[in-house]
Design a protein around this ligand. Structure first.
Ligand SMILES: [Zn+2]
Length: 124
């Protein structure tokens, strides 16, 4: 059983400009699957270069593509008498892969130094 999902996102550390990846989220199904960053409200990683915690949080408190998804599913629901069969899960999956324009603008990034020894307990 997983504790989080992997987030398909790479960026430069706001603190030291090193490449950072390995973002995680607990907002999705937590099945150790890969999710797109705009489908979750919050995702985070730490920079191994400067021991900084980097966290992205959606300013609206919900994933960026929620509205798009709800609209599309609502529309499909209205058409359910016309369309023979709709695989909602498939549609949801498809839409979650469609990158909304400027989605990153909806997220604010916060950083702080990692102080806890238990998180950075690596041999030099
Ligand atoms: Zn850094």
């Amino acid at each position: 059983m997983g504790m989080f999902d992997h987030v398909n996102f790479k960026t430069k550390c706001p603190n030291c400009s090193a490449d950072v990846s390995g973002f995680q989220t607990k907002d999705s199904k937590c099945l150790m699957q890969e999710v797109e960053p705009w489908t979750v409200r919050n995702f985070y990683t730490s920079c191994s270069e400067c021991n900084t915690w980097i966290e992205y949080t959606n300013k609206n408190g919900s994933p960026s593509n929620n509205l798009l998804l709800e609209e599309a599913l609502g529309l499909l629901h209205q058409l359910k008498d016309v369309i023979y069969e709709v695989d909602y899960e498939n549609v949801q999956e498809f839409l979650s892969r469609a990158e909304p324009k400027n989605w990153l603008d909806n997220y604010e990034v916060t950083t702080h130094p990692i102080k806890s020894i238990t998180l950075t307990d690596e041999e030099e």
